[in-house]
Design a protein around this ligand. Structure first.
Ligand code: AMP
Ligand code: FE
Ligand code: FE
Ligand code: ZN
Length: 286
């Protein structure tokens, strides 16, 4: 049987709802052979996930980096998955700290906007809800749910709320700089959900070609935010550019409905990621 490989998941180190130990146990229970932990802009979940790794499961240490393409006006946010990079590479560590600080500033500003409109959400409570992990809009969504203003996270990301009316940009890492820093740290960069039109504006294929020339390794094709046509387009683009393709759940626990292993990556693509990396080793237990 082919190994089941899920290369994009979140824990409480960012906006997931399972702690890193719970995440790796759930991955084993879901029948995965390989799981990547890819919290937003942090490696804080790596060590606890490693300590709790169940027998037979391989852990790929990674992160999902908040990036920005500054080649258009207004600039466009996008996410890069970074795998098996050195978590102590100074420049990358510094950029991640800046993005996490920018997330705090943006979160507090969003809460101020909500409060100015008479919406009773509390920033200290939202911070407590994030439990020391990277703060994201899903934590604000939880506050809106607690206040009885929306019923679900999906609704909280609608145009009346965090999706548009109370949407504010944050400062992110320039995407070319991010590709360079990930590679310099021995990591392997993969563009997360590049055609997810339902999340907002997407980048043109020309940018992806430029990123490929700059060191991008792959594209995430199979993802719940891509339609079948979008998945096919991403596969075609990857073939044209010589990039690998991945599929992953982007599991967030109960902050989303998608389950671990809902989308998976082919063994050849996974092996290419491991082969191209030199920052940390992929770890197996048992
Ligand atoms: P942030 O990183 O703070 O900008 O928030 C983005 C995060 O919110 C993503 O990583 C997802 O976890 C979540 N998210 C984005 N769009 C949606 C949506 N439409 N429904 C539910 N969660 C979403
Ligand atoms: Fe997220
Ligand atoms: Fe993402
Ligand atoms: Zn993600």
């Amino acid at each position: 049987m082919l190994p089941r490989i899920d290369l994009h998941t979140h824990s409480t180190a960012s906006d997931g709802t399972l702690s890193p130990p719970q995440l790796v146990r759930a991955a084993a229970e879901a029948g995965l052979d390989v799981v990547a932990i890819t919290d937003h802009d942090t490696t804080a979940g790596w060590e606890p996930a490693l300590q709790a790794l169940p027998g037979g499961l391989r852990l790929v240490r990674g992160a999902e980096l908040s990036c920005r393409w500054n080649g258009v006006e207004p600039s466009l946010p996008l996410h890069l998955l970074a795998y098996l990079f050195d978590p102590d590479a100074p420049e990358l560590v510094a950029e991640l700290a800046l993005v996490r600080a920018a997330r705090l500033q943006r979160g507090e500003r969003i809460v101020a906007l909500l409060r100015a409109d008479g919406i009773d959400v509390s920033w200290p409570e939202i911070l407590a809800g994030a439990g020391g992990g990277t703060v994201g809009r899903p934590h604000i969504a939880q506050a809106l749910i607690r206040a009885g203003l929306v019923a679900t996270t999906t609704e909280a990301f609608g145009p009346d709320w965090l999706g548009e009316r109370y949407r504010l940009p944050k400062e992110d890492i320039d995407v070319f700089q991010a590709v360079r820093l990930i590679r310099a740290a021995g990591g392997v960069p993969v563009f997360a959900h590049p055609r997810a039109t339902r999340r907002g504006r997407i980048v043109p294929d020309e940018l992806i070609a430029e990123l490929a020339a700059a060191g991008l390794a792959g594209l995430e094709a199979d993802h719940e935010d891509h339609s079948p046509a979008e998945r096919a387009h991403v596969r075609g683009l990857a073939a044209d550019l010589g990039l690998l393709v991945t599929g992953s759940s982007d599991f967030h626990g109960t902050h989303k409905t998608v389950q671990l292993g809902a989308f998976t990556t082919a063994p050849e693509a996974y092996e290419r990621i491991v082969a191209e990396s030199s920052g940390v080793v992929e770890v197996a237990s048992g």
